[in-house]
Write a new protein. Sequence first.
Length: 612
Amino acid sequence: MKLVCVCSTQCFLSCSADYVFFENSSSNPYLIRRIEELNKTASGNVEAKVVCFYRRRDISQSLIQLADKHAKDLDEEKESPSEPELSEKQKHQLRHRELFLSRQYESLPATHIRGKCSVALLNETEAVLSYLEKEDTFFYSLVYDPTQKTLLADKGEIRVGPRFQADVPEMLQEGEPDDRDQSKLEMKIWDPECPLTNKQIDQFLVIARAIGTFARALDCSSSVRQPSLHMSAAAASRDITLFHAMDTLHRHGYDLSSALSVLVPQGGPVLCRDEMEEWSSSEANLFEEALEKYGKDFNDIRQDFLPWKSLTSIIEYYYMWKTTDRYVQQKRLKAAEAESKLKQVYIPTYNKPNPNQISVSNGKMATVNGAAGTGSFHTAGGGRACESCFAAQSAQWYSWGPPNMQCRLCVSCWMYWKKYGGLKMPSREMRSRGHGARQSSHMVPIRNSGSPKSSMKTKQAFLLQATRLTKLARHMCRDLIRLRRAARRPFVPINCGAIKAECKKTRPAMHVQRPHRTPGLQVQPPRRLLSSLPSHGPHGMLGKRSYHHHSRVESAERRASAPGQGGFTVKIHTTLKNKENHFGFSKEHTSLFETISIVHKRSKRVFFAVMS
Protein backbone atom coordinates (compact mmCIF):
# COMPACT_ATOMS: atom_id res chain seq x y z
CA MET A 1 0.00 0.00 0.00
CA LYS A 2 1.31 3.39 -0.96
CA LEU A 3 1.85 6.07 1.67
CA VAL A 4 -0.67 8.89 1.64
CA CYS A 5 0.33 12.25 3.10
CA VAL A 6 -2.30 14.01 5.18
CA CYS A 7 -1.21 17.58 4.57
CA SER A 8 1.88 19.74 4.41
CA THR A 9 2.43 19.47 8.15
CA GLN A 10 4.47 16.92 10.04
CA CYS A 11 1.55 14.54 10.64
CA PHE A 12 1.42 11.63 8.21
CA LEU A 13 0.12 8.11 7.78
CA SER A 14 2.58 5.25 7.82
CA CYS A 15 1.54 2.13 5.92
CA SER A 16 3.07 -1.22 5.15
CA ALA A 17 5.80 -1.26 2.49
CA ASP A 18 6.79 2.31 3.43
CA TYR A 19 10.38 3.40 4.09
CA VAL A 20 10.70 5.44 7.27
CA PHE A 21 13.25 6.92 9.68
CA PHE A 22 13.42 5.33 13.13
CA GLU A 23 15.20 7.00 16.05
CA ASN A 24 16.79 4.73 18.65
CA SER A 25 19.27 7.26 20.04
CA SER A 26 19.23 11.03 20.40
CA SER A 27 22.84 11.42 19.22
CA ASN A 28 23.10 8.75 16.49
CA PRO A 29 21.72 8.90 12.94
CA TYR A 30 18.26 7.59 12.19
CA LEU A 31 17.71 3.94 11.35
CA ILE A 32 16.26 3.33 7.90
CA ARG A 33 13.65 0.58 7.84
CA ARG A 34 10.92 -0.75 5.56
CA ILE A 35 7.60 -1.49 7.24
CA GLU A 36 6.32 -4.98 6.50
CA GLU A 37 3.28 -4.98 8.74
CA LEU A 38 1.73 -3.03 11.60
CA ASN A 39 0.59 -4.94 14.69
CA LYS A 40 -1.35 -3.80 17.73
CA THR A 41 -0.09 -5.17 21.03
CA ALA A 42 -2.20 -6.24 24.00
CA SER A 43 -1.43 -2.95 25.76
CA GLY A 44 -2.83 -0.96 22.84
CA ASN A 45 0.51 0.19 21.42
CA VAL A 46 1.38 -0.19 17.76
CA GLU A 47 4.53 -2.05 16.71
CA ALA A 48 5.98 -2.23 13.23
CA LYS A 49 7.64 -5.33 11.83
CA VAL A 50 10.41 -3.87 9.69
CA VAL A 51 13.22 -4.92 7.36
CA CYS A 52 16.64 -3.57 8.33
CA PHE A 53 18.80 -1.44 6.05
CA TYR A 54 22.42 -0.69 6.92
CA ARG A 55 24.63 2.28 6.10
CA ARG A 56 28.25 2.21 5.02
CA ARG A 57 29.30 3.22 8.54
CA ASP A 58 27.63 0.09 9.95
CA ILE A 59 29.67 -2.55 8.11
CA SER A 60 33.35 -3.46 8.22
CA GLN A 61 36.03 -1.79 6.13
CA SER A 62 36.78 -4.99 4.19
CA LEU A 63 33.17 -5.20 3.01
CA ILE A 64 33.24 -1.51 2.10
CA GLN A 65 36.20 -2.20 -0.18
CA LEU A 66 34.29 -5.11 -1.72
CA ALA A 67 31.27 -2.88 -2.36
CA ASP A 68 33.46 -0.21 -3.99
CA LYS A 69 35.03 -2.86 -6.21
CA HIS A 70 31.57 -4.05 -7.23
CA ALA A 71 30.55 -0.49 -8.15
CA LYS A 72 33.74 -0.03 -10.16
CA ASP A 73 33.08 -3.23 -12.09
CA LEU A 74 29.57 -2.04 -12.93
CA ASP A 75 30.93 1.24 -14.28
CA GLU A 76 33.39 -0.60 -16.50
CA GLU A 77 30.64 -2.85 -17.91
CA LYS A 78 28.50 0.09 -19.02
CA GLU A 79 28.42 0.48 -22.78
CA SER A 80 27.04 4.03 -22.65
CA PRO A 81 29.45 6.95 -22.25
CA SER A 82 30.47 7.62 -18.70
CA GLU A 83 28.76 10.30 -16.65
CA PRO A 84 30.39 13.66 -15.94
CA GLU A 85 33.11 13.55 -13.33
CA LEU A 86 31.79 14.08 -9.81
CA SER A 87 33.43 16.49 -7.42
CA GLU A 88 34.85 15.35 -4.10
CA LYS A 89 31.89 16.82 -2.24
CA GLN A 90 29.41 15.01 -4.50
CA LYS A 91 31.23 11.70 -4.10
CA HIS A 92 31.34 12.24 -0.37
CA GLN A 93 27.61 12.93 -0.10
CA LEU A 94 26.74 10.13 -2.53
CA ARG A 95 28.30 7.61 -0.15
CA HIS A 96 25.82 8.75 2.49
CA ARG A 97 22.94 7.80 0.15
CA GLU A 98 24.09 4.19 -0.30
CA LEU A 99 22.38 1.53 1.80
CA PHE A 100 22.66 -2.24 2.11
CA LEU A 101 19.54 -4.38 2.26
CA SER A 102 19.36 -7.26 4.72
CA ARG A 103 17.00 -10.18 5.34
CA GLN A 104 16.87 -9.33 9.03
CA TYR A 105 13.55 -8.44 10.64
CA GLU A 106 12.87 -6.65 13.89
CA SER A 107 9.94 -5.08 15.72
CA LEU A 108 10.06 -1.40 16.67
CA PRO A 109 7.45 0.83 18.31
CA ALA A 110 5.65 3.09 15.87
CA THR A 111 6.21 6.06 18.19
CA HIS A 112 9.89 6.05 17.18
CA ILE A 113 9.08 6.90 13.55
CA ARG A 114 10.52 10.32 12.69
CA GLY A 115 9.73 10.72 9.01
CA LYS A 116 9.44 9.19 5.57
CA CYS A 117 12.15 8.42 3.05
CA SER A 118 12.54 6.70 -0.29
CA VAL A 119 14.78 3.69 -0.99
CA ALA A 120 15.15 2.17 -4.46
CA LEU A 121 17.25 -0.44 -6.16
CA LEU A 122 20.14 1.19 -8.01
CA ASN A 123 19.15 1.85 -11.61
CA GLU A 124 22.15 1.60 -13.89
CA THR A 125 20.46 3.71 -16.57
CA GLU A 126 19.73 6.57 -14.18
CA ALA A 127 22.25 9.29 -13.36
CA VAL A 128 23.65 9.05 -9.85
CA LEU A 129 23.24 12.80 -9.39
CA SER A 130 19.48 12.29 -9.38
CA TYR A 131 19.78 10.73 -5.90
CA LEU A 132 21.51 13.86 -4.60
CA GLU A 133 18.90 16.16 -6.09
CA LYS A 134 16.06 14.47 -4.18
CA GLU A 135 15.66 14.88 -0.45
CA ASP A 136 15.52 11.77 1.77
CA THR A 137 16.33 9.48 -1.17
CA PHE A 138 18.59 6.45 -0.90
CA PHE A 139 19.64 3.55 -3.11
CA TYR A 140 21.00 0.03 -2.63
CA SER A 141 22.49 -2.64 -4.86
CA LEU A 142 23.92 -5.23 -2.45
CA VAL A 143 22.45 -7.42 0.29
CA TYR A 144 24.28 -7.52 3.63
CA ASP A 145 24.12 -10.55 5.91
CA PRO A 146 24.90 -9.35 9.47
CA THR A 147 25.33 -12.94 10.68
CA GLN A 148 27.71 -14.22 8.02
CA LYS A 149 29.27 -10.77 7.35
CA THR A 150 28.87 -11.11 3.58
CA LEU A 151 27.66 -8.98 0.67
CA LEU A 152 25.66 -10.33 -2.28
CA ALA A 153 24.16 -8.69 -5.36
CA ASP A 154 20.39 -8.27 -5.08
CA LYS A 155 19.47 -8.88 -8.69
CA GLY A 156 18.86 -11.82 -10.98
CA GLU A 157 21.12 -12.86 -13.79
CA ILE A 158 20.40 -14.29 -17.20
CA ARG A 159 21.79 -17.79 -17.15
CA VAL A 160 23.18 -18.16 -20.64
CA GLY A 161 25.90 -20.58 -21.62
CA PRO A 162 26.76 -24.28 -21.67
CA ARG A 163 26.23 -24.50 -17.91
CA PHE A 164 22.54 -23.65 -18.30
CA GLN A 165 21.55 -24.43 -21.91
CA ALA A 166 22.08 -27.63 -23.88
CA ASP A 167 24.46 -27.61 -26.84
CA VAL A 168 22.23 -28.53 -29.78
CA PRO A 169 24.23 -30.48 -32.40
CA GLU A 170 23.83 -29.86 -36.11
CA MET A 171 20.90 -31.52 -37.85
CA LEU A 172 21.67 -34.80 -39.57
CA GLN A 173 21.35 -34.98 -43.31
CA GLU A 174 18.75 -37.19 -44.95
CA GLY A 175 19.89 -40.80 -44.67
CA GLU A 176 22.85 -39.98 -42.39
CA PRO A 177 23.09 -42.52 -39.52
CA ASP A 178 23.10 -41.43 -35.88
CA ASP A 179 26.14 -42.94 -34.16
CA ARG A 180 24.98 -42.01 -30.63
CA ASP A 181 23.85 -44.71 -28.21
CA GLN A 182 20.21 -43.90 -27.56
CA SER A 183 20.09 -45.95 -24.36
CA LYS A 184 22.63 -43.62 -22.75
CA LEU A 185 20.78 -40.48 -23.76
CA GLU A 186 17.21 -41.25 -22.66
CA MET A 187 14.84 -43.96 -21.50
CA LYS A 188 11.50 -44.55 -23.18
CA ILE A 189 8.64 -45.03 -20.70
CA TRP A 190 5.62 -44.78 -23.02
CA ASP A 191 4.97 -45.34 -26.71
CA PRO A 192 2.16 -43.20 -28.17
CA GLU A 193 2.04 -45.50 -31.22
CA CYS A 194 1.19 -48.59 -29.17
CA PRO A 195 -1.34 -51.13 -30.62
CA LEU A 196 -3.94 -50.30 -27.93
CA THR A 197 -6.69 -47.78 -28.54
CA ASN A 198 -7.50 -44.92 -26.18
CA LYS A 199 -10.67 -46.71 -25.05
CA GLN A 200 -8.72 -49.82 -24.08
CA ILE A 201 -6.18 -47.73 -22.16
CA ASP A 202 -8.95 -45.90 -20.25
CA GLN A 203 -10.61 -49.19 -19.34
CA PHE A 204 -7.29 -50.51 -18.07
CA LEU A 205 -6.85 -47.43 -15.86
CA VAL A 206 -10.36 -47.87 -14.41
CA ILE A 207 -9.46 -51.44 -13.45
CA ALA A 208 -6.22 -50.15 -11.86
CA ARG A 209 -8.23 -47.68 -9.69
CA ALA A 210 -10.57 -50.45 -8.61
CA ILE A 211 -7.62 -52.64 -7.65
CA GLY A 212 -6.18 -49.75 -5.62
CA THR A 213 -9.48 -49.22 -3.78
CA PHE A 214 -9.74 -52.92 -2.97
CA ALA A 215 -6.11 -52.97 -1.77
CA ARG A 216 -6.85 -50.12 0.68
CA ALA A 217 -9.87 -51.98 2.00
CA LEU A 218 -7.64 -54.94 2.82
CA ASP A 219 -4.92 -52.77 4.44
CA CYS A 220 -5.54 -52.08 8.14
CA SER A 221 -3.58 -48.81 8.31
CA SER A 222 -5.33 -47.44 5.24
CA SER A 223 -8.76 -48.28 6.66
CA VAL A 224 -7.93 -46.13 9.69
CA ARG A 225 -6.73 -43.17 7.61
CA GLN A 226 -9.56 -43.46 5.05
CA PRO A 227 -12.50 -44.86 7.00
CA SER A 228 -15.03 -44.30 4.18
CA LEU A 229 -15.22 -45.86 0.74
CA HIS A 230 -15.34 -42.44 -0.84
CA MET A 231 -11.98 -41.45 0.69
CA SER A 232 -10.38 -44.76 -0.31
CA ALA A 233 -11.57 -44.36 -3.90
CA ALA A 234 -10.24 -40.80 -3.99
CA ALA A 235 -6.84 -41.95 -2.70
CA ALA A 236 -6.75 -44.78 -5.27
CA SER A 237 -7.41 -42.31 -8.10
CA ARG A 238 -4.29 -40.26 -7.42
CA ASP A 239 -1.41 -40.03 -9.87
CA ILE A 240 0.76 -42.63 -8.12
CA THR A 241 -1.76 -45.41 -9.01
CA LEU A 242 -2.14 -44.32 -12.63
CA PHE A 243 1.60 -43.90 -13.21
CA HIS A 244 2.30 -47.38 -11.83
CA ALA A 245 -0.41 -48.93 -14.07
CA MET A 246 0.87 -47.24 -17.25
CA ASP A 247 4.46 -48.17 -16.45
CA THR A 248 3.43 -51.80 -15.91
CA LEU A 249 1.56 -51.82 -19.22
CA HIS A 250 4.58 -50.44 -21.08
CA ARG A 251 6.99 -52.96 -19.54
CA HIS A 252 4.78 -55.89 -20.64
CA GLY A 253 4.53 -54.82 -24.27
CA TYR A 254 1.00 -53.39 -23.93
CA ASP A 255 -0.43 -56.83 -23.21
CA LEU A 256 -3.50 -56.21 -21.01
CA SER A 257 -3.77 -59.71 -19.54
CA SER A 258 -0.09 -59.82 -18.63
CA ALA A 259 -0.21 -56.34 -17.05
CA LEU A 260 -3.34 -57.19 -15.01
CA SER A 261 -1.71 -60.34 -13.66
CA VAL A 262 1.16 -58.19 -12.38
CA LEU A 263 -1.22 -55.69 -10.71
CA VAL A 264 -3.01 -58.56 -8.93
CA PRO A 265 -0.35 -61.11 -7.98
CA GLN A 266 -1.02 -64.25 -5.98
CA GLY A 267 -0.43 -62.60 -2.59
CA GLY A 268 -3.00 -59.83 -3.11
CA PRO A 269 -3.48 -56.59 -5.03
CA VAL A 270 -0.65 -54.09 -5.31
CA LEU A 271 -1.04 -51.01 -3.06
CA CYS A 272 0.62 -47.80 -4.30
CA ARG A 273 0.92 -44.85 -1.90
CA ASP A 274 2.20 -41.32 -2.38
CA GLU A 275 3.53 -38.85 0.22
CA MET A 276 0.05 -37.67 1.19
CA GLU A 277 -0.80 -41.17 2.44
CA GLU A 278 2.60 -42.00 3.89
CA TRP A 279 2.69 -38.98 6.23
CA SER A 280 0.87 -39.18 9.54
CA SER A 281 -1.35 -36.42 10.92
CA SER A 282 1.31 -35.37 13.46
CA GLU A 283 3.91 -35.07 10.70
CA ALA A 284 1.46 -32.99 8.66
CA ASN A 285 0.96 -30.62 11.61
CA LEU A 286 4.73 -30.29 12.03
CA PHE A 287 5.08 -29.46 8.35
CA GLU A 288 2.43 -26.74 8.53
CA GLU A 289 4.10 -25.25 11.60
CA ALA A 290 7.48 -25.27 9.87
CA LEU A 291 6.01 -23.75 6.73
CA GLU A 292 4.55 -20.94 8.80
CA LYS A 293 7.97 -20.22 10.34
CA TYR A 294 10.42 -20.75 7.45
CA GLY A 295 8.27 -20.43 4.35
CA LYS A 296 9.51 -22.52 1.43
CA ASP A 297 12.98 -23.01 2.89
CA PHE A 298 12.84 -26.81 2.75
CA ASN A 299 16.39 -27.30 4.03
CA ASP A 300 15.58 -25.53 7.31
CA ILE A 301 12.26 -27.36 7.55
CA ARG A 302 14.01 -30.70 7.26
CA GLN A 303 16.81 -29.74 9.66
CA ASP A 304 14.66 -28.32 12.47
CA PHE A 305 11.30 -30.11 12.17
CA LEU A 306 11.46 -33.26 10.00
CA PRO A 307 15.01 -34.68 10.04
CA TRP A 308 13.77 -38.24 9.39
CA LYS A 309 12.26 -37.20 6.04
CA SER A 310 14.25 -36.82 2.85
CA LEU A 311 14.34 -33.50 1.03
CA THR A 312 12.63 -35.08 -1.99
CA SER A 313 9.82 -36.36 0.19
CA ILE A 314 9.25 -32.93 1.77
CA ILE A 315 9.13 -31.13 -1.58
CA GLU A 316 6.77 -33.73 -3.06
CA TYR A 317 4.48 -33.48 -0.05
CA TYR A 318 4.43 -29.66 -0.29
CA TYR A 319 3.07 -29.61 -3.83
CA MET A 320 0.51 -32.29 -3.01
CA TRP A 321 -0.49 -30.41 0.14
CA LYS A 322 -1.27 -27.31 -1.96
CA THR A 323 -4.01 -29.30 -3.77
CA THR A 324 -5.86 -30.18 -0.56
CA ASP A 325 -8.84 -28.45 1.02
CA ARG A 326 -6.80 -27.72 4.14
CA TYR A 327 -4.49 -25.44 2.14
CA VAL A 328 -7.46 -23.60 0.65
CA GLN A 329 -8.94 -23.05 4.12
CA GLN A 330 -5.65 -21.70 5.50
CA LYS A 331 -5.32 -19.38 2.54
CA ARG A 332 -8.77 -17.95 3.22
CA LEU A 333 -7.98 -17.52 6.92
CA LYS A 334 -4.77 -15.65 6.12
CA ALA A 335 -6.60 -13.38 3.71
CA ALA A 336 -9.22 -12.57 6.36
CA GLU A 337 -6.49 -11.96 8.94
CA ALA A 338 -4.68 -9.61 6.58
CA GLU A 339 -7.88 -7.65 6.08
CA SER A 340 -8.28 -7.21 9.83
CA LYS A 341 -4.70 -6.01 10.37
CA LEU A 342 -3.68 -2.37 10.61
CA LYS A 343 -2.96 -0.91 7.23
CA GLN A 344 -1.90 2.55 8.31
CA VAL A 345 -1.07 4.42 11.48
CA TYR A 346 -1.26 8.12 12.27
CA ILE A 347 2.09 9.59 13.37
CA PRO A 348 1.80 13.01 15.04
CA THR A 349 4.47 15.68 15.03
CA TYR A 350 7.44 14.87 17.26
CA ASN A 351 8.22 18.11 19.08
CA LYS A 352 10.07 16.93 22.17
CA PRO A 353 13.44 18.64 22.80
CA ASN A 354 16.55 16.69 21.86
CA PRO A 355 18.97 15.98 24.76
CA ASN A 356 21.84 17.03 22.49
CA GLN A 357 20.32 20.44 21.97
CA ILE A 358 22.40 23.24 23.45
CA SER A 359 20.10 25.56 25.30
CA VAL A 360 20.03 28.95 23.58
CA SER A 361 17.56 31.67 24.45
CA ASN A 362 14.98 32.41 21.73
CA GLY A 363 16.22 29.46 19.66
CA LYS A 364 13.93 27.40 17.47
CA MET A 365 14.08 23.62 17.14
CA ALA A 366 14.31 22.03 13.71
CA THR A 367 11.94 19.26 12.67
CA VAL A 368 12.47 16.14 10.57
CA ASN A 369 10.32 17.00 7.58
CA GLY A 370 10.27 20.77 8.03
CA ALA A 371 12.56 23.74 7.81
CA ALA A 372 14.56 25.31 10.57
CA GLY A 373 12.95 27.83 12.84
CA THR A 374 12.79 31.43 11.77
CA GLY A 375 13.87 32.77 15.12
CA SER A 376 16.91 34.83 15.83
CA PHE A 377 20.35 33.41 15.05
CA HIS A 378 22.95 32.79 17.73
CA THR A 379 26.71 32.62 17.64
CA ALA A 380 28.40 29.39 18.61
CA GLY A 381 29.42 29.30 22.24
CA GLY A 382 33.08 29.88 22.89
CA GLY A 383 33.63 31.07 19.33
CA ARG A 384 33.59 27.47 18.00
CA ALA A 385 32.04 27.14 14.54
CA CYS A 386 30.00 24.29 13.09
CA GLU A 387 32.09 21.16 12.59
CA SER A 388 30.55 20.53 9.16
CA CYS A 389 29.84 23.80 7.34
CA PHE A 390 31.95 26.10 9.60
CA ALA A 391 29.00 28.42 10.12
CA ALA A 392 29.37 30.83 13.02
CA GLN A 393 25.65 31.55 13.48
CA SER A 394 22.67 29.25 13.72
CA ALA A 395 19.13 29.27 15.09
CA GLN A 396 20.06 26.31 17.30
CA TRP A 397 23.20 24.37 18.18
CA TYR A 398 23.56 20.65 18.92
CA SER A 399 26.42 18.89 20.66
CA TRP A 400 28.07 16.29 18.45
CA GLY A 401 30.78 13.70 18.98
CA PRO A 402 32.53 12.68 22.20
CA PRO A 403 31.78 14.97 25.16
CA ASN A 404 35.44 15.78 25.79
CA MET A 405 35.85 17.25 22.28
CA GLN A 406 32.96 19.73 22.75
CA CYS A 407 32.07 19.74 19.04
CA ARG A 408 28.77 21.13 17.80
CA LEU A 409 26.66 21.32 14.67
CA CYS A 410 24.24 23.89 13.34
CA VAL A 411 20.59 23.09 12.60
CA SER A 412 20.97 22.12 8.94
CA CYS A 413 24.10 20.04 9.52
CA TRP A 414 22.48 18.33 12.50
CA MET A 415 19.51 17.27 10.36
CA TYR A 416 21.92 16.10 7.65
CA TRP A 417 23.79 14.04 10.27
CA LYS A 418 20.57 12.47 11.58
CA LYS A 419 19.25 11.60 8.12
CA TYR A 420 22.37 10.63 6.19
CA GLY A 421 24.80 9.57 8.92
CA GLY A 422 27.69 11.88 7.99
CA LEU A 423 28.87 15.46 7.63
CA LYS A 424 28.33 17.60 4.59
CA MET A 425 31.96 18.47 3.95
CA PRO A 426 34.53 15.73 3.24
CA SER A 427 37.28 17.62 5.09
CA ARG A 428 35.70 16.78 8.46
CA GLU A 429 34.95 13.16 7.68
CA MET A 430 37.98 11.80 9.50
CA ARG A 431 36.67 13.16 12.78
CA SER A 432 33.23 11.81 12.00
CA ARG A 433 34.71 8.43 11.12
CA GLY A 434 36.57 8.32 14.40
CA HIS A 435 33.30 9.03 16.18
CA GLY A 436 31.41 6.46 14.13
CA ALA A 437 33.99 3.76 14.74
CA ARG A 438 32.92 3.71 18.35
CA GLN A 439 29.34 2.80 17.49
CA SER A 440 27.90 -0.70 17.56
CA SER A 441 26.23 -2.46 14.65
CA HIS A 442 22.93 -0.73 15.47
CA MET A 443 24.69 2.63 16.08
CA VAL A 444 24.31 2.57 19.86
CA PRO A 445 27.06 4.72 21.41
CA ILE A 446 29.62 2.98 23.56
CA ARG A 447 29.72 4.70 26.93
CA ASN A 448 32.97 5.64 28.60
CA SER A 449 34.25 8.16 31.06
CA GLY A 450 35.04 10.73 28.38
CA SER A 451 38.80 10.34 28.75
CA PRO A 452 40.80 9.41 25.64
CA LYS A 453 42.64 6.80 27.68
CA SER A 454 39.43 4.97 28.54
CA SER A 455 38.81 4.02 24.90
CA MET A 456 42.34 2.68 24.41
CA LYS A 457 43.22 -0.93 24.95
CA THR A 458 45.08 -1.51 28.20
CA LYS A 459 48.58 -2.87 27.67
CA GLN A 460 50.39 -5.11 30.10
CA ALA A 461 53.18 -3.30 31.93
CA PHE A 462 56.61 -4.82 32.53
CA LEU A 463 59.69 -3.93 34.60
CA LEU A 464 63.31 -4.47 33.61
CA GLN A 465 65.21 -4.98 36.87
CA ALA A 466 68.98 -4.97 36.53
CA THR A 467 71.29 -6.87 38.86
CA ARG A 468 73.77 -5.09 41.15
CA LEU A 469 76.66 -6.35 39.06
CA THR A 470 75.10 -4.75 35.99
CA LYS A 471 74.63 -1.48 37.83
CA LEU A 472 78.26 -1.63 39.01
CA ALA A 473 79.45 -2.30 35.45
CA ARG A 474 77.76 0.88 34.26
CA HIS A 475 80.10 2.89 36.49
CA MET A 476 83.25 0.82 35.98
CA CYS A 477 82.98 0.53 32.17
CA ARG A 478 81.46 3.89 31.42
CA ASP A 479 83.90 4.65 28.61
CA LEU A 480 83.22 1.30 26.96
CA ILE A 481 79.44 1.31 27.23
CA ARG A 482 78.77 4.96 26.33
CA LEU A 483 75.18 4.97 27.54
CA ARG A 484 74.03 8.12 25.75
CA ARG A 485 75.31 6.88 22.42
CA ALA A 486 73.66 3.48 22.97
CA ALA A 487 70.36 5.13 23.90
CA ARG A 488 70.31 7.01 20.60
CA ARG A 489 70.84 3.71 18.74
CA PRO A 490 68.36 1.31 20.40
CA PHE A 491 68.59 -1.37 17.70
CA VAL A 492 72.39 -1.73 17.85
CA PRO A 493 73.34 -4.52 20.32
CA ILE A 494 75.80 -3.90 23.15
CA ASN A 495 78.83 -6.19 23.35
CA CYS A 496 78.31 -7.74 26.78
CA GLY A 497 81.32 -10.03 26.38
CA ALA A 498 83.70 -7.12 26.10
CA ILE A 499 82.16 -5.49 29.16
CA LYS A 500 82.59 -8.67 31.24
CA ALA A 501 86.20 -8.97 30.13
CA GLU A 502 86.82 -5.35 31.06
CA CYS A 503 85.28 -5.88 34.50
CA LYS A 504 87.49 -8.92 35.17
CA LYS A 505 90.53 -7.10 33.92
CA THR A 506 89.93 -3.95 35.96
CA ARG A 507 88.75 -5.47 39.24
CA PRO A 508 88.80 -8.98 40.65
CA ALA A 509 85.55 -10.91 41.07
CA MET A 510 83.17 -9.79 43.78
CA HIS A 511 81.61 -12.01 46.38
CA VAL A 512 79.28 -11.31 49.25
CA GLN A 513 80.60 -11.97 52.74
CA ARG A 514 78.80 -11.88 56.00
CA PRO A 515 80.66 -9.72 58.53
CA HIS A 516 81.82 -11.16 61.79
CA ARG A 517 79.43 -10.13 64.51
CA THR A 518 80.93 -8.89 67.77
CA PRO A 519 79.09 -8.42 71.05
CA GLY A 520 79.45 -4.66 70.72
CA LEU A 521 77.79 -4.61 67.33
CA GLN A 522 74.45 -6.14 68.21
CA VAL A 523 71.50 -4.72 66.35
CA GLN A 524 68.70 -3.51 68.55
CA PRO A 525 65.18 -4.39 67.45
CA PRO A 526 63.54 -1.36 65.88
CA ARG A 527 61.05 0.68 67.79
CA ARG A 528 58.36 2.91 66.42
CA LEU A 529 59.59 6.45 66.84
CA LEU A 530 56.27 8.11 65.99
CA SER A 531 54.05 5.98 68.19
CA SER A 532 54.31 8.41 71.09
CA LEU A 533 54.50 11.60 69.04
CA PRO A 534 51.38 13.74 69.04
CA SER A 535 49.64 14.68 65.84
CA HIS A 536 50.11 18.37 65.04
CA GLY A 537 48.70 18.52 61.50
CA PRO A 538 46.62 16.86 58.85
CA HIS A 539 47.62 13.71 57.06
CA GLY A 540 49.95 14.07 54.13
CA MET A 541 50.50 11.93 51.03
CA LEU A 542 48.98 8.43 51.19
CA GLY A 543 47.90 8.97 54.78
CA LYS A 544 51.47 9.71 56.03
CA ARG A 545 52.14 12.66 58.32
CA SER A 546 55.10 14.13 56.47
CA TYR A 547 57.25 13.65 53.43
CA HIS A 548 59.98 12.02 55.56
CA HIS A 549 57.96 8.80 55.53
CA HIS A 550 58.40 8.62 51.75
CA SER A 551 62.17 9.07 51.68
CA ARG A 552 64.28 6.14 52.78
CA VAL A 553 67.42 8.23 52.91
CA GLU A 554 65.99 10.87 55.22
CA SER A 555 64.29 8.21 57.31
CA ALA A 556 67.61 6.43 57.74
CA GLU A 557 69.25 9.70 58.76
CA ARG A 558 66.57 10.29 61.36
CA ARG A 559 66.99 6.79 62.76
CA ALA A 560 70.75 7.28 62.81
CA SER A 561 70.40 10.54 64.72
CA ALA A 562 68.19 8.87 67.33
CA PRO A 563 70.11 7.32 70.22
CA GLY A 564 70.46 3.57 69.92
CA GLN A 565 68.66 3.45 66.57
CA GLY A 566 70.54 2.64 63.36
CA GLY A 567 73.96 3.57 64.67
CA PHE A 568 75.45 0.34 63.43
CA THR A 569 74.61 1.18 59.83
CA VAL A 570 76.42 4.49 60.10
CA LYS A 571 79.44 2.81 61.64
CA ILE A 572 79.65 0.31 58.82
CA HIS A 573 79.53 3.09 56.25
CA THR A 574 82.19 5.00 58.13
CA THR A 575 84.37 1.95 58.45
CA LEU A 576 84.20 1.27 54.72
CA LYS A 577 85.03 4.85 53.88
CA ASN A 578 88.00 4.82 56.21
CA LYS A 579 89.30 1.53 54.77
CA GLU A 580 89.14 2.57 51.14
CA ASN A 581 92.93 2.44 50.82
CA HIS A 582 92.98 -1.00 52.39
CA PHE A 583 90.68 -2.38 49.68
CA GLY A 584 92.44 -0.46 46.92
CA PHE A 585 89.53 1.78 45.86
CA SER A 586 89.94 5.38 44.85
CA LYS A 587 87.79 8.21 46.16
CA GLU A 588 85.53 8.19 43.12
CA HIS A 589 84.37 4.66 44.06
CA THR A 590 83.72 5.51 47.71
CA SER A 591 80.08 6.39 47.05
CA LEU A 592 79.49 2.87 45.71
CA PHE A 593 79.88 1.35 49.17
CA GLU A 594 76.81 3.20 50.38
CA THR A 595 74.72 1.60 47.65
CA ILE A 596 76.25 -1.86 48.12
CA SER A 597 75.68 -2.06 51.86
CA ILE A 598 72.21 -3.27 52.69
CA VAL A 599 70.14 -3.44 55.80
CA HIS A 600 67.95 -6.50 55.56
CA LYS A 601 64.49 -5.41 56.66
CA ARG A 602 63.20 -8.69 58.01
CA SER A 603 66.21 -10.17 59.83
CA LYS A 604 67.85 -6.78 60.52
CA ARG A 605 71.19 -8.27 59.46
CA VAL A 606 73.81 -6.16 57.76
CA PHE A 607 75.74 -7.34 54.68
CA PHE A 608 78.27 -5.53 52.58
CA ALA A 609 80.34 -6.46 49.55
CA VAL A 610 84.12 -6.63 49.74
CA MET A 611 86.70 -7.34 47.08
CA SER A 612 88.76 -10.52 47.39
